[in-house]
Each structure stands twice: as C-alpha cells, then as structure tokens.
Design a protein around this ligand. Structure first.
Ligand code: AMP
Ligand code: MG
Length: 348
C-alpha cells in the first residue's frame, strides 16, 4: 500500500481519548481489510453509539465491488468490456456510475491535453505483453497501438437526468481502460455509503487511493503517511493532514513491466506511446478520491514542470512528485500549497 494510515498513531490517540474527559462521544474504531480491484481495501470506521460499524464497513465495501463489476477490464461481462467489444460497431447503454466516471476521465483528458487518456489500453496491453516476452515492442506495433489511443473518439450520449446514457468507441479495436481513475471513484462511492449510514469519521483506503471522512474523533485531522518509493515499509517525512479530503499515489515501484532487466512504469505517455520514465511517485491531495486518482496518473505523465503548473491552477488540490535523476538521486517537487499540509513536527 502506498499510503499508510498511521494506525498505531491513531490507536495511541484513541487510548488517550478513552482517558480524556474532553472526548465527546467515545467513538470506537472498527477496521476491516477486504480485497478487490487487485488490491487491499482497508476500511476504518469510527461509529457513534447506535451505528453498526461492521455493517457500515461491509456496505461500503459492497459499493467498491459494484464499481469493479462495472469497470473491470478483466471481467468480460463488465459494462466497460461490453463497450470495448462493441468498438467501431455500436454504442452500449451504461449505468449512471460508468457515465459519471467516464465524464470525469474525459474532463482530465481535456485538462491535460491528452496526457490522461482512458483509451490507453491498446498501449498498456502492448507493453504488458512486451514484459511477458522480454522484447521491446517493434515500431509498427507501437504505431498501431498508438493510433488506437484517442480519448476524443469516445462518444457519450447522456440521458441528462443522471440515468446513465450510451457510450461508443468510434474506431474499431479501441479499448477503454479506467485503471487510472476507477479505484478513486470506488473510494468516493464507499464514503458516500458510509455517510448515508450516519458515519461521520472514517477512512477508506484502496491500495493508496484514500478518502479521510470528517476528522479523527479527537477533533484533529487524520494523519496519513506516504510510502517511501525506494523502500518497502517506511513512510516519507511528509505527513498529510486530511479532513474531508482524499489522497492518491501513483508509483513506479509496485506495478511495472520488466524488459532486459529494466523496469518500465505501468503508466504510458500517450504522446510517445512509451512507459513514463524517471517518476518514482506522485501523491495528489484533492477534495475527491476520483480527482486525486486521475490527477496522480496525469501528473506522472506530465512530469514536474507541466504537472506542478497544472496542480497550481486547480483550487484546493496539492501534489508531491518524486523524480529519479540520471545519477539515481531522488528530487522532490511540491506544489505551492503542499507545505501547509505537512505536520512534520506538529505531533511531537
Ligand atoms: P494509477 O495507479 O492510478 O496511476 O493508474 C495506473 C493505471 O492507469 C495503469 O495500470 C493503466 O491501467 C492506466 N493508465 C496508464 N497510463 C495511463 C494514461 N496515460 N492515462 C490514463 N490511464 C492510464
Ligand atoms: Mg490514478
């Protein structure tokens, strides 16, 4: 997991809370780990008396499963797969959820001038099989896959009343891939479900894409660590203070292709058709997990200059990017307001 909630810290704060008279309603933590979307989903719920935390966590997880069933590229019966199967032929009626996430994906494609592209899958598949065979793709195959990647050839017709719509891919063999945004969306859905059930303090963490609902019951923001991209386990000194905010990390250290002993990122630059190099990790903090997830992927493609310029133009959204230098050193870039999120010494 790329973002580690400081459970030890939270638990120590909780035990302190139990002893302190200012603790308002003695909320108790309930934490459960599930598996979906190829990752661990950790749901921590602080439920006020009278709210069934376990049931709330399970209902929230069910929301994540529902999103996966709609948007999985591995399940041939998902809505996303049906759109892919009908590419160049016909439109497919889709759920309001898929319509919503695709709308957001298109928004970030436009905003980033195509650095984020939800039709990236032909290139992802090409590099994945290159990883399996150990051979770099040849130029013709690369050009062919690249010609199929164009978010502007997604046609969406919405019914206009939040009831979904119809999605068509206008060119044969085009393929949608919502891997850069769907996990964040699933987290947002899970948080919505918790809110509906009366939960006010919770964290839903889907393998590094998380939303921190409310604040810690002690009244302070949640404290979240970002994993050091160079070492399994430890977190970076930049702690995030989150209250009703999301954070998402894209990193090249967990999922990658390997060719000739060299590691290639699972994030592809649609402009070159090649995996992004040199970006070790990007963490984005934003008001929704959908946006944080999409932007972390987008910034990985854009790199430090264009990426930070984009983030600095979006309100209430911050980012940290760790770049590998040719000599192996790491350089960290932060957006203008990122420092304010840090609580390096505050907890001492
Ligand atoms: P994340 O871990 O959120 O950065 O998402 C990475 C996943 O997003 C990859 O495994 C692909 O499925 C997908 N992806 C790769 N490159 C892009 C891109 N340029 N734009 C949108 N999605 C991408
Ligand atoms: Mg992402």
């Amino acid at each position: 997991m790329t973002l580690l909630v400081f459970f030890a810290l939270l638990l120590s704060q909780l035990s302190g809370c139990a002893r302190k008279p200012q603790c308002p309603d003695k909320q108790m933590p309930y934490k459960q780990t599930f598996q979906a979307m190829g990752t661990f989903i950790v749901i921590t719920v602080y439920a006020p008396p009278g709210i069934a935390a376990e049931k709330a966590a399970q209902a929230a997880f069910q929301e994540i499963v529902n999103v996966d069933q709609l948007m999985s590229g591995y399940n041939p019966r998902s809505e996303l797969s049906r759109i892919n199967q009908c590419a160049g032929k016909s439109g497919v009626a889709v759920s309001p959820q898929l319509s919503e996430v695709l709308g957001r994906a298109e928004y970030f494609s436009r905003l980033s001038d195509g650095a984020f592209d939800p039709t990236i899958r032909p290139l992802v598949n090409l590099w994945r099989s290159a990883g399996r065979s150990g051979n770099t793709p040849d130029a013709d195959d690369l050009a062919d896959a690249q010609s199929l990647v164009n978010w502007q050839l997604i046609q969406t017709k919405t019914t206009g009343n939040g009831q979904g719509g119809t999605v068509s891919l206008l060119q044969p063999r085009m393929q949608l891939d919502l891997g850069g945004i769907a996990k964040g969306y699933a987290v947002d859905r899970a948080i919505e479900k918790l809110k509906q059930l009366g939960v006010t303090n919770a964290i839903v963490d889907a393998g590094g894409d998380l939303f921190a609902l409310g604040s810690h019951p002690n009244g302070r923001p949640w404290v979240v660590g970002v994993q050091d991209p160079t070492r399994e386990g430890p977190v970076l000194p930049d702690l995030l203070h989150l209250a009703d905010m999301a954070a998402a990390t894209s990193g090249d250290y967990r999922r990658y292709f390997e060719i000739d002993g060299k590691q290639f990122s699972h994030i592809i630059d649609p402009r070159t058709g090649k995996p992004v190099e040199h970006i070790a990790s990007v963490t984005v903090v934003a008001p929704s997990a959908t946006d944080a997830d999409a932007l972390a992927t987008t910034l990985t493609v854009l790199g430090p200059e264009d990426g930070m310029a984009l983030i600095n133009s979006i309100p209430v959204t911050e980012a940290m990017m760790i770049v590998r230098q040719p000599n192996g050193n790491l350089v960290t870039h932060r957006s203008d307001g990122f420092e304010e999120l840090q609580v390096k010494n505050e907890l001492n």
